[in-house]
Design a protein around this ligand. Sequence first.
Ligand code: ADP
Ligand code: ZN
Length: 601
Amino acid sequence: MLNRDTELKALLSNYYGYPNFRFNQLKIINSILDGKDTLAIMPTGAGKSVCYQIPALCSEGISIIISPLISLMQDQVANLKTLNIKACFLNSTQTYQERKDSLEEIENGTIKIVYVSPEGILSGQLLNFFLMQDVSLIAIDEAHCVSQWGHEFRNDYTRLGELKEEFPDTPFLALTATADKKTRSDIINQLGLVDTEIFLNSFDRPNIKYTIEERKNDIIQLDKFITANHEHDTGIVYCLSRKKVEKVANELCKLGHKAFPYHAGLSSTKRERIQKKFSREENIIVVATIAFGMGIDRPDVRFVAHLDLPKSIEGYYQETGRAGRDGLEANAWMVYGLQDVIKLSHMLESSDASESYKNVARTKLNAMLSLCETSSCRRKYLLHYFEEKYDVNCNNCDSCLTPSESWDATIDAQKVLSAIYHTGQNFGAGHIIDVLRGSQNSKVLQRGHDQLSVYGIGKDQSNQHWNFIIRHLLHAKFLIIKNWEYRNFGLTPKSLSLLKGEEKLLLKQTKKRKFKNSKAKSSQADLSHERVDLFEKLRKIRKDLAEENNVPPYIIFADKSLHDMCHILPRNKDEFLMVNGVGQSKCDRYANYFLNAINEH
Ligand code: ADP
Ligand code: ZN
């Protein structure tokens, strides 16, 4: 086994130029090589591709990768070509001849890895073709799309379960960046995986700094944030509606940023053009609805900004996860306000979705809100949401970096809980607040709740204030929702200790909270002045090479590799091979261009 590990490590170093496997990569690869069905859950940017590419390299026959997006397939294949790994894709963008050529290459064994869309693989013709090949592995990327429970369900994924019946002896690898317990078991069941080995990685993205501000004037706040931190960088700004996307992109351009709008209302040619621009140009901002997403593979996105509240933590985490895939510092920055909550709740309540769906959606929205309102470490909150243990403070989020004063909300919390107790745990927020605020509402009067000792004890505070307290009580599990249909609250043993004063409810002060500039965050971070010059030169070389080869710059080298060159200052090819991300193939192809520039410098 150890021998095999050494061989695998050698492959990683020779092809990719990385000295070591990361996270669970090696375990996942070994599980596949042992012929086992495998489920790998790794955060975005952790390096999922290596997990199927290396087994493909060291197995006989062909590996099939099922991937939902055509643009992503193209980039992956271009990338593999620079590494000297034979790969191709089969999809609807190909001409008859191109497809015929690819099929021939697969048949005669020159190709190791083929990318196919979910509907493609299940079309009778392709399926029959692959049944006649020696298939060593079937990998399913973005596997959470098979789950109805997940937040990105795709119809074309539902039939993938049929594949296991067709290829019962081929190991399957399901890959995803987000999957809670329910989605995980859905993936295994839907795909029909057998005796599955599960590798669950930490969800933490330590290089991403989380900041959430209250909305005042979002465009001015955004402009300030970009100007202070990301003037030379690439980023994504998410908004809820198409109209807002257009407006924000327009305003950003007026303020001197290079920004483009992207949403589902644009023609597909226009969208493709912007997507391509985004993957190839430096210093570009795309303002988008969530339609801009799965196809983004660019590793050096330095910031993701949200001008509207996402509907769920899953969505937020996936969107912010598009920042800093290269492992260098990146920012996830968001503004939110009460309007978001009202708008999203209204959208949800007025939709004709089923009540059970609405309940799930409400819970998810509430969790998202609690993230905004928490006074403790945001990362801790996020990781706990994904059921991960994380006990320290991260020191890389706004809560940790600018701790806000907290205030003791225990007395207000006790008022809420005792109102719930005295009204028999049969009511939701609206009624409880009415009782607290001494409303003359007929529902209150008819039930005689104006006679209770708690009636009117919260007169001095607004509706909003009580909603805020209730949300926090729910968030801290001092309160549960007993009946989802009526949204009635119920008390828990924890509620009783709070009522008895054995526990406290501490909340953050809602004022202040400024975005503090952190030093190392632009793409030139960590470099001295003269090295910044060199970095810019290397960046220019990378750009020219990318244009010449018609691929995005990061496929030539990641920012991290350029940084490494600036630090190591390699003098010859041997030293060039020491740079992170330089394998034999890239060294042969590109070393001279970069070495010349470094020598001159
Ligand atoms: P994912 O699909 O998980 O989001 P990718 O497979 O695109 O991530 O990998 C993210 C980045 O990490 C890529 O630039 C990749 O080359 C790099 N990478 C993968 N494995 C390693 C490793 N063992 N060491 C260093 N970098 C790695
Ligand atoms: Zn923190």
